[in-house]
Design a protein around this ligand. Structure first.
Ligand code: PAF
Length: 289
């Protein structure tokens, strides 16, 4: 596996790949876990070349968020990506990605300010801007994102469609620990007690799927069921626990198969999020639903 650090060298190497076949891009912020490796595996199976990027994007962190402390593990990440069959990894740096004259941003109005966007103002502008830059640097045929960051997958797909970008967005299932906790680089911040508390999120999704399977369809009742589970298990109030239409994040009165239950909550000093497409399998609990 090759490693490059400058934009110019990265563009040249990716242009060479593109001339010879398809590139699958796995964009990451590093501190890789099995969820990232599942994206690499999918990319490896569908493309001639796999390019991974590791870049902790300052633009998507708000003031007071964990940019400085975000887990960084370059050597381990490189090893895992190599073992996963990545051809080229780009370790990009903020000074080059955002020079002092860089002012262009991608923004999506209401779509980028709902839910996560409300809790983290400017977050999706930062995500979309960096993803757009990464697409231009790596010219992928396909790019791979995890379902865990559900809202991110929707806004990225919308950007690709609105701006006619020739990239297929592939969304891979959320990877979970055996007890259901969604894998996230930020889980590294959790103490053992906080990790147990964090299971509140999957418990609320399990409950909403149970009630949905049992025939309940009014979103008020289903959201109340989620909040009830969360209030029993969490120390702090959740940022949101809602059921949304996946295309525009509107709140349906009557819930249908394919609507998405989304939840985000602070646990200790860590913010956890999770989601579940109603009617889908739910990780280790699929057989009990
Ligand atoms: O999901 C992430 O890790 C990041 O938001 C991404 C897509 C790599 C952009 O920085």
């Amino acid at each position: 596996m090759d490693i490059l650090r400058s934009i110019e060298a990265s563009r040249a190497a990716c242009a060479e790949f593109t001339a010879r076949g398809t590139v699958g891009l796995v964009p990451t912020m590093g501190a890789l876990h099995d969820g990232h490796l599942s994206l690499v595996k999918a990319a490896r199976s569908q493309n001639d070349f796999v390019v991974a990027t590791v870049f902790v994007n300052p633009l998507q962190f708000g003031q007071g968020e964990d940019l400085q402390n975000y887990p960084r593990a370059e050597a381990e990440d490189a090893q895992r990506l190599k073992e996963g069959g990545v051809d080229l990894t780009l370790f990009l740096n903020a000074d080059e990605m955002y020079t002092s004259t860089n002012v262009t941003r991608i923004t999506q109005g209401e779509l980028g300010t709902a839910l996560e966007g409300a809790a983290r103002p400017g977050h999706f502008d930062g995500v979309l801007t960096v993803v757009c830059k990464l697409f231009h640097i790596t010219t992928p045929a396909r790019a791979y994102f995890g379902q865990k960051d559900f809202q991110q997958t929707v806004v990225v797909r919308r950007m690709v469609s609105d701006l006619n970008m020739p990239v297929e967005i592939v969304v891979c299932p959320t990877c979970r620990d055996p007890d259901g906790l969604a894998l996230s680089s930020r889980n590294a911040y959790l103490s053992p007690v906080e990790r147990t508390e964090g299971l509140a999120l999957i418990a609320s999704l399990l409950e909403v799927q149970r009630q949905f399977t049992g025939g309940k369809r009014t979103s008020a009742a289903l959201e109340a069921a989620m909040r009830e589970v969360l209030s029993q298990k969490l120390t702090k109030s959740p940022d949101y626990a809602a059921i949304i239409r996946p295309t525009n994040f509107s709140r349906p009165l009557n819930v249908e198969v394919g609507d998405v239950a989304v939840v985000a909550a602070p646990v200790g000093s860590t913010r956890l999020l999770d989601n579940h497409v109603l009617g889908d399998k739910l990780g280790p609990f699929s057989n009990s639903l």
